[in-house]
Write a protein that binds this ligand. Structure first.
Ligand code: NAP
Length: 412
């Protein structure tokens, strides 16, 4: 019986983790697949770097050399950026290889084409590692929720942002100081834009959307905001009421509407994200039959990510085709924003005399921060008039301690 031959593209944190895990879990893989998994080749960029790779493995900077191997079954891609990875993976699929990728930016842009090409070529695509690192959220939605209809997904999908928010709250650090700490710990890149401005979480959200809903919102319609404007004042005011800032990706389906956003919000103690701290990720899936399921775990790192890739390896070798219907929603009706519902908001910089009668005052936290009930549209109108206002939605059950406004003001 022939071995399963694998090529690993990229030998950084993820590529090396996959390589080491294939060796450390050789017996388990053989037992599950009935064949030995063998790394046949590794693609890198810089040939001068020292690497701990067996001598009998092809190490090359030329992808064509890998494609010309006499046998190649699976290509694992762990490179950064959309190209040349998309081109490599198209070629691999056309040659009849299953592919597995950890590259969310590339997959958010080109996943649909890769899945369609894979279907034509009768091969599978694994992309568990693109979202929430070691948390098996894609497989959970894909395998376990075949009959359930997903209604809502919420996620903390970027460990760097979550680490920074945790540091700011626990250590009273400014955003800048917490970012330096994240960089020193190896959680944030020298250029942290992708993480702290919400791009990384945005790509992951779009991938989740395709899996859970079969469609993704029009990218331009998705509100994307990072964590750079959250100040220590906001965090301390929220803390007074036991609220915690989290950077939350959400997808909500109501009838034919699918609304996506990636932005900071506050969670109450009753919300599953309240205790998700540091670099951890978490995802809550709300469905019609089972209700709410929450998964939490390491969102990145060598072995958590390798775990996702190795589980995908078993999945693709067993050639379990996905039957996803992937298309961009192009109907305006589908993209209509649901902004007429009254929600609870934490608002900073709003004075009592700015509030009109449509907005319900709920709680006063500090002189600067209040909690109100209003529609998003009402708040946006207020913020357009008063530039100093910052507002964040509150997720989870919120109970006010004060019986009335006078009591709350007196307690200040
Ligand atoms: N790190 C994580 O925890 C994590 C978690 C989930 C997903 N991901 C995703 O996984 C991918 C890899 O991340 P990483 O952290 O492992 O990155 P990394 O440590 O920077 O490693 C990237 C690897 O890709 C190689 N490479 C870059 N450009 C190449 C090219 N044009 N041709 C061939 N090889 C090339 C590099 O080669 P050299 O070694 O020669 O420079 C390096 O080995 C990214 O898309 C990332 O978003 C990462």
């Amino acid at each position: 019986m022939a071995d399963i031959k694998v090529a690993i593209l990229g030998f950084g944190t993820v590529g090396e983790g996959v390589y080491r895990t294939i060796h450390s879990h050789e017996e388990e893989l053989t037992a599950v697949l009935g064949k030995k998994v063998e790394v046949a080749a590794v693609l890198i960029k810089n040939k001068q770097k020292q690497r701990n790779i067996s001598e009998n493995i092809l190490i090359t900077t030329d992808f064509e050399e890998i494609l010309s191997l006499p046998q190649l079954d699976v290509v694992v891609e762990a490179i950064v950026g959309k190209e040349p990875t998309f081109t490599f993976l198209k070629k691999a699929i056309s040659k009849g290889c299953h592919i597995i990728t950890a590259n969310k930016e590339m997959f958010a842009h080109h996943g649909k084409e890769l899945l369609e090409l894979a279907k034509k070529n009768n091969v599978s695509v694994g992309f568990e590692a693109t979202v929430a690192g070691g948390i098996p959220i894609i497989q959970t939605i894909r395998q376990l929720l075949k009959i359930n209809q997903v209604r809502q997904i919420q996620g903390i999908l970027n460990g760097t942002s979550n680490f920074i928010l945790t540091e700011m709250r626990e250590k009273k650090h400014s955003f800048a100081a917490a970012l330096v700490q994240a960089q020193e710990n190896g959680y944030a890149e020298a250029d942290p834009t992708n993480d702290v401005e919400g791009f990384d979480a945005f790509y992951k959200t779009m991938i989740l959307s395709k899996i859970a809903f079969g469609i993704e919102p029009n990218w331009e319609e998705v509100e994307r905001e990072g964590i750079t404007s959250i100040s220590i004042d906001h965090i301390e005011a929220a803390e007074k009421l036991g609220l915690r800032f989290k950077h939350i990706a959400s997808l909500n389906r109501e009838g034919s509407h699918l609304v996506g956003s990636v932005k900071p919000a506050l969670v109450t103690k009753s919300h599953p994200f309240y205790h998700v701290e540091g670099v951890d990720n978490a995802v809550c899936v709300q469905t019609d039959i089972v209700g709410r399921i929450s998964l939490q775990g390491p969102g990145a790192g060598m072995f958590p990510t390798a775990s996702a890739v190795i589980e995908d390896l078993v999945y693709v070798v067993q050639n379990q085709h996905s039957n996803l219907k992937l298309y961009h929603a192009d109907n305006d009706h589908d993209l209509q924003k649901i902004d007429d519902a009254k929600e609870l908001w934490f608002v900073h910089g709003l004075k009592e005399n700015m509030i009109n009668s449509q907005i319900t005052w709920i709680d006063q936290i500090t002189e600067e921060a209040i909690i109100i009930q209003a529609t998003k549209q009402e708040l946006e109108q207020l913020a357009a008039k008063h530039e100093s206002i910052r507002f964040f939605s509150i997720l989870g059950d919120y109970e006010t301690k004060n019986k009335n406004k006078a009591e709350a003001l007196a307690a200040l």
